[in-house]
Ligand binder design. Structure first.
Ligand SMILES: O=C(O)CCC(=O)C(=O)O
Length: 407
């Protein structure tokens, strides 16, 4: 690739590791990839072909069975492709290639991908400003939500018996010690209020112009359809800007688009700066396992399932209905038998099948989680979540290594 005008993405890790990585890939049967990738630094078509080959490997079986070396191979090819687009001033294409590398690629070249994203973002901002556009640092813009909820309508759509029995207790600005003693140690859910007003996200994420300016050109994975247990459900990679547009024209249930369980804050560092890890996540001396975004329109449903970790679900924008069943009820909640889905229930709470009718009599707690509140969900507690408005939440999962093996 020409470097004469200095218009090049710096990739120090790739420069150092590429020989070893290509040898490793060849050792794992990727001779064709290795020889194509060796030409990729100077040839766009070879770069694209090698990216295609690595992409095929990433989709050759279940995700957990993909060899890590192929994920690094994919990142390598993405860096090469992005380099050509950057050189040619095609910043959006360069960003897309880099984001795909971050989302689907391995860890080896993550730093190169991240520094390249920074450089391309900066250049593309400069290009927009010099073309007379805005750099997005203007006054507060269009609100993400203005929606109020109509409780009669909400009760009509929620599962049977919602909000009629045991409501999750709310505690204002609960101390870490109080959290530990009264909820964490006994494994009881609690909603903590008045604990997020210092998060920049509380003010910023309800501003569509702000979201557009920090993330509009970035590519993100979204889920499309009713929910992940339905046959017509699919995943897509679209730009954040396209996602925001779809969310605003949320009129077709089959196209319900949810940016769900994605480590968005590892990918888009400007958004990471807007949130803080709650002190509660240090209870029990565990380690933070993952930090995920859940962003979507009104009507998204995460079906009844459980996770192995402690969870603080922080509601930044909008409202969600959440129903919780104790982990002691697992056997009665009809878990799926396949390994991949064994943490999900076969019961569709929105439409309970005759064969699962007994579930209606099981004890549960529920709540409406409001913006500015955090819900503690203990490990293995079953939860069903429905957004009642446009909603942006962040989940913080933590655990001790001995507590959990899966995720
Ligand atoms: O907010 C949602 O839709 C689901 C959240 C969830 O399942 C979790 O935080 O584990």
């Amino acid at each position: 690739m020409s470097e004469s005008n200095g218009n090049r993405l710096e990739t120090p890790t790739l420069d150092k590791e590429s020989g070893g990585l290509l040898r490793d890939i060849a050792c794992h049967g990727g001779y064709a990839f290795a020889s194509m990738a060796a030409q990729a630094a100077g040839d766009l078509r070879a770069a694209e072909a090698s990216r295609e080959m690595a992409w095929e490997q990433l989709h050759s079986g279940p995700w957990h069975s993909v060899l890590p070396v192929w994920r690094d191979a994919y990142s390598m090819a993405c860096l090469h492709v992005a380099g050509f687009h950057y050189r040619d001033g095609e910043f959006e294409e360069a960003l897309r290639a880099l984001d795909l590398g971050l989302i689907m690629g391995g860890t080896l070249l993550k730093k190169d991908l991240e520094s390249s994203v920074e450089k391309v973002t900066e250049k593309s901002r400069e290009a927009r400003v010099s073309a007379g556009g805005s750099d997005g640092d203007g006054a507060v813009g269009k609100r993400l939500i203005n929606e109020e909820i109509d409780m009669t309508e909400v009760l009509r759509i929620l599962p049977l018996k919602s909000l009629s029995t045991k409501i999750v207790v709310k505690r204002s600005a609960l101390s870490l010690e109080g959290f530990l003693r009264e909820y964490f140690l006994s494994g009881s859910p609690v909603i903590i209020t008045d604990c997020m007003s210092h998060w920049p996200a509380r003010a910023k994420w309800n501003d569509l112009d702000y979201l557009e300016s920090v993330a509009g050109y970035r590519t993100v994975p979204v889920e499309v359809g009713k929910n992940y247990l339905c046959s017509d459900w699919k995943q897509e990679l679209i730009t954040f800007s396209q996602f925001l547009q779809r969310m605003q024209s949320n009129d077709c249930p089959a196209l319900l688009t949810y940016l769900a369980q994605h480590p968005l804050f590892d990918q888009i560092t400007d958004l990471r700066k807007d949130i803080l890890v709650p002190d509660y996540c240090f209870a029990g001396g565990g380690e933070l396992r993952s930090l995920n975004a859940w962003f979507g329109p009104s009507g998204t449903v995460t079906p009844l399932h459980h996770d192995p970790h402690h969870n603080i679900l922080a509601q930044v924008v909008g409202k969600k209905y959440i129903r919780l069943y104790s982990s002691s009820l697992s056997e009665e909640l009809y878990p799926h038998s396949e390994t991949m889905l064994c943490n999900s229930s076969q019961v569709d709470l929105d439409n309970i099948d005759e064969e699962f009718a007994k579930v209606v009599d099981l004890e549960f707690m529920d709540c409406i989680l409001e913006a500015g509140e955090m819900l503690y969900i203990p490990p293995k507690w079953w939860h069903y979540v429905r957004s009642l408005t446009t909603s942006f939440s962040v989940s913080f999962w933590w655990s001790n290594s001995e507590d959990s093996t899966d995720s």
